[in-house]
Design a protein around this ligand. Sequence first.
Ligand code: SF4
Length: 336
Amino acid sequence: MMKTARYQESIQRYLSQCNLCPHHCVIGDGKTGRCRVRENTKGEINLLTYGIVSSMGFDPIEKKPLYHFYPGKDIFSIGSFGCTLKCRFCQNWEISQDLPNHYSRMKRFAPEELVMTAASKKGNIGIAYTYNEPTVWFEFMLDIAAIARKYKMKNVMITNGFINPEPMDELLTFIDAFNVDLKAFTEEFYRTLTFSSLEPVKETLLRIKKAGKHLEITNLVIPELNDQTSDFTEMIHWISTCLGGDTPLHLSRYFPNYKLNQSATTAEDLKRLYNIAKTKLKYVYIGNLAGNGSQNTECPSCNSTVIYRNRYNVLRSGLQKNGTCKNCGEKISGFF
Ligand code: SF4
């Protein structure tokens, strides 16, 4: 079953425009937009992947990564195919760029089915829309999220943030927590390496903040492409002044993938950027780097460790139930 896509307008007979993301694709009959999952059939744009799941499973929420949103809990994670971006360094390209030729023989799930699966595991906190870019799954994601909300489950979105303001505001009514990939802080990087633009991502971040939803940011550090001290310092300044110094930041180690064969980020470079980030942000983590010791959550007031992490093993021994530091009583940012 295909599903009529939201945020579309007719340009002329059989020619329509999709306004879900800032690409504003004008799509001819029988063609798809840049994300390749929204197709025009005789003037109507449809979502080809409604109900189609590429992967699902119960993941530790730390894996998203979200470190300040019910740490140590599991979340039912689902994804499909397609993306609004074409990052040359995509770490998930098998499902975001290398799409199946057709979807007609693939199993389709009903939203209720997935919510019931999520509810079947004791202690699971909700549903995470992740793996590929969930924006392109907009209609299906919203249908699931609305039902999940009725069952008092949390909805979490892991996204590149490249979406138009109006659909974003609609998402904000259902999604409780976001991890947004802020890939770099220059338009040139976004234009040449992701084939998109930075400004809409900043707008999304500001909207999430204004709506009071939980927000964490991931920055994949790629040698020579986005690790310059000046650009990085500017990004940290913007995060701290516009989103708040208590916004958790995950610096993620890059490994060569898809169309980029730059060598992997060094531990020294990650530490250099970590030290810059820590001058303005209270919670900074390094991901994808074994044994680096930067996964624990420390109290920004007394520096004692409130949450210990060893990969996905989480020990909240320094945190009180109300989310304050056991040692000094400081409120730790997030939901616990
Ligand atoms: S969601 Fe897809 S079809 Fe719509 S504007 Fe973005 S890339 Fe184009």
